[in-house]
Design a binder for this molecule. Structure first.
Ligand code: 3PG
Length: 308
C-alpha cells in the first residue's frame, strides 16, 4: 500500500482534507497527516516511509529529502516552490511539482484587501483614498497578477504591468505593458508584486527601482520577502514619508518597521494569501490528483525539476 504524507505546518481546511482522503481511498493509498508540527524532527520521522508528500510552504531541504528514502514525488500545493531543494530532489530522482493557479484567486483577493487597507490608512479613522481612478502596477504577470487585474479593473482602476515573459498575453487583454520596471514603479499609485523568489527576482526590488515611486504610493507584497531588498525599502520609506508597505510576509527587519514607520506598514501574522477553504480545496485536490496521475499514468505535468 502506498503511503502518502500530508505535511502541512499550516493545515488545510477540513473540507480539503475530506476530499483529498476520498481521492486516495479510491486508489487504496494510505494517507498520513502531519499538521502543525513544531520541530523538524517530526517531519524527518514522518517522511521516512512515505512514497509521496503534499506540502505547502513546508521546507523540504536536502536533509528532509534524504530522510524520505522511499519518496518518489513531492507536490507543493501552491505556486512558489522556493521551499524545496530542487537539486537535492533531482539527485534522488524525486519528482517535484506545484499546482499552478489553484490558489491564485485567494492570493489576489488578499492583495486587493491589503491595498485597500493601506489606502484607508489602516482603518484608523484618518481620511484615506479610493481604488477607483488610481493606477495599479503589476510587477509580474502570473496567475495571481491576472486575478488582481480582473478585480482591479472591475473597481475602476487603471492597470499597468511589467513582465518580461508574458508581454503578448498582457497586451492581448488590453493591459498596458511598461517598457521597464522603473517605469512601472514611477507610474503606479499602488504596486503589487507577483514574481517568484527565484533567479533574477531575488532582491530585485532594490533602491534603483524603489526611488522611482511617488511619495504616497503603496507597495503590496503577497509574493515572497526575498524579492525585496529590505535595507533599500527602509531607505526609500525614510526619504518619502508617504510610502506604505503592506505585506503577507513579515520582513526580517520587522523591528525597524515597528520603530520607524508606525501606521505605514502591515504584515499578516501568518502567511494568509492562500489560507481560504476554496484555495485549500483547489490546491490540495489538484496535488492529490497529480500524485495519482503520476503513480497510475506516469503523468508528470507540472513537474518543476528534471530528474536525470
Ligand atoms: C504559494 O506559493 O502558493 C503561496 O505563497 C501560498 O503559500 P502557503 O501554501 O504556504 O499558504
Amino acid at each position: 500500500m502506498r503511503k502518502i504524507l500530508i505535511a502541512t505546518e499550516k493545515p488545510f481546511a477540513p473540507v480539503a482534507i475530506k476530499k483529498i482522503s476520498k481521492i486516495f481511498d479510491k486508489e487504496n493509498y494510505e494517507l498520513v497527516m502531519l499538521e502543525r508540527y513544531a520541530s523538524k524532527q517530526e517531519l524527518l520521522d514522518a517522511v521516512a516511509d512515505a512514497e509521496a508528500a503534499i506540502i505547502r510552504s513546508d521546507k523540504f531541504d536536502e536533509e528532509v529529502l534524504e530522510a524520505g528514502k522511499k519518496l518518489k514525488i513531492v507536490v507543493r500545493a501552491g505556486a512558489g516552490y522556493d521551499n524545496v531543494d530542487l537539486e537535492a530532489a533531482t539527485k534522488r530522482n524525486i519528482v517535484v511539482m506545484n499546482t499552478p493557479g489553484q490558489n491564485a484567486n485567494a492570493v489576489a483577493e488578499l492583495a486587493i484587501g491589503l491595498a485597500i487597507f493601506g489606502l484607508r490608512e489602516l482603518y484608523s479613522g484618518k481620511p484615506g483614498g479610493e481604488m477607483r481612478g488610481r493606477t495599479l502596477g503589476l510587477h509580474g504577470f502570473g496567475y495571481v497578477a491576472r486575478n488582481v487585474f480582473r478585480i482591479a479593473r472591475a473597481m475602476g482602476m487603471k492597470v499597468i504591468v511589467y513582465t518580461q515573459y508574458s508581454k503578448g498575453a498582457a497586451a492581448a487583454i488590453g493591459l498596458k505593458v511598461t517598457n521597464s520596471l522603473e517605469q512601472l514603479y514611477e507610474k503606479s499609485d499602488i504596486v503589487s508584486i507577483h514574481v517568484p523568489a527565484r533567479g533574477v527576482h531575488i532582491k530585485s526590488v532594490s533602491y534603483d527601482i524603489l526611488k522611482h515611486l511617488k511619495d504616497g504610493s503603496i507597495i503590496v507584497n503577497t509574493a515572497r520577502k526575498e524579492v525585496i531588498n529590505e535595507p533599500d525599502l527602509i531607505k526609500i520609506m525614510e526619504e518619502k514619508p508617504g510610502i506604505k508597505y503592506m505585506s503577507d510576509l513579515t520582513p526580517d527587519a520587522e523591528a525597524e518597521f515597528v520603530e520607524k514607520f508606525p501606521g505605514r506598514y502591515f504584515f499578516t501574522p501568518k502567511k494568509a494569501g492562500a489560507q481560504t477553504a476554496e484555495a485549500n480545496l483547489n490546491a490540495g485536490v489538484a496535488a492529490a490528483e497529480q500524485i495519482v496521475g503520476y503513480f497510475e499514468n506516469n503523468d508528470a505535468t507540472h513537474q518543476v525539476n528534471k530528474p536525470k
